[in-house]
Ligand binder design. Structure first.
Ligand code: AHQ
Length: 280
């Protein structure tokens, strides 16, 4: 069953179902709809055991390096995903705002009326995070550490943005409703738990706190305005559930590869790729 025919992901017996969640009910007003979206935060990957391990000081240097190297694949996919959203979007005002997300990650060098403005971008900042945790630029950027499960999750997200109406991708980006908390959590805990990591490497998280807020203000307004009928609003919850699954499953794959407290990592597969073959 393709995603497009996928039934609403919010089953009527969902734990947060309320009488107005049953088919045929009237659409939620904007405040209620926003509350329903925010209630999904219970499934956000801040609660995943791998993230809890990272942010409570339980991670080894190898687990941190594995997380940074694997999440790099997600980071470099974000501007590609956002370019797909823009390619599908026929609304210039939306694109004028959405393009900021690409620039946040890819960086820019622009000649403005007051002279040149430039920023190295979030991808470069993530590489600096990688170097701060002991990875080389080369082993970060050649993706040698990215495990198949992370790759599949990220590729599914990019493919979603390429195939679905741009408003669906705007809705999917709303996992960032919960992102400022996870970035603040890292900024608050990593220096104490991992003093060996140069704090200059944490600048990505610092930048994302405000960028995520700006993204969410824009994405939430579009989502609340676009998904109007009750079935559309339930479908929006299903889209958010899909993206929450993307983030959660990435952590599952990293936990399998690098272990959790009290749980050993799964042995690497025999004949693991040596990088010689071109990715399909
Ligand atoms: O660094 C992150 C980022 O730039 C984005 C863009 C946004 C999207 O378009 O889906 N989501 C997102 C996220 C980022 N960081 C994640 C993290 O845990 O560091 C969280 C993730 C998100 O909440 O979707």
């Amino acid at each position: 069953m393709s995603n497009d025919e996928q039934p609403d992901r919010a089953p009527d017996d969902a734990p947060d179902a309320a009488p107005d969640d049953v088919p045929g009910h009237a659409p939620w007003d904007a405040a209620t709809f926003e509350t329903r979206l925010r209630e999904r935060g219970k499934a956000y990957h801040i609660h995943h055991p791998f993230n809890v391990m990272l942010n409570t000081g339980g991670a080894s240097a190898e687990q941190i390096r594995g997380w940074v190297a694997n999440r790099f694949y997600y980071q470099v996919a974000i501007p590609i995903k956002d370019a797909a959203v823009m390619a599908n979007c026929d609304d210039r005002a939306v694109r004028r705002e959405w393009v900021k997300r690409l620039l946040d990650h890819d960086g820019y060098d622009l000649d403005g009326p007051e002279g040149r403005i430039s920023d190295e971008g979030g991808i470069e900042a993530w590489i600096r995070l990688g170097e701060a945790v002991g990875l080389s630029r080369e082993e970060i950027t050649d993706l040698r550490h990215v495990v198949p499960g992370v790759r599949f999750c990220v590729d599914a997200y990019v493919d979603f943005a390429r195939r679905r109406p741009w408003q669906d991708s705007v809705c999917a980006s709303l996992t960032e409703l919960f992102a400022p908390a996870i970035h603040r959590q890292r900024l608050a805990t990593w220096p104490e738990h991992y003093p060996w990591i140069d704090q200059a490497g944490l600048v990505y998280f610092r930048n994302r706190v405000s960028q995520a807020r700006r993204d969410v203000d824009h994405g939430l307004a579009i989502t609340l305005a676009h998904f109007r009928t009750a079935p559309e609003q339930r479908r929006a919850l299903g889209i958010l559930d899909f993206k929450l699954d993307v983030l959660w499953q990435m952590n599952d794959a990293m936990a399998a590869a690098y272990g959790l407290p009290g749980r050993a990592a799964l042995p690497p597969r025999d004949g693991a790729r040596d990088g010689a073959g071109e990715r399909a």
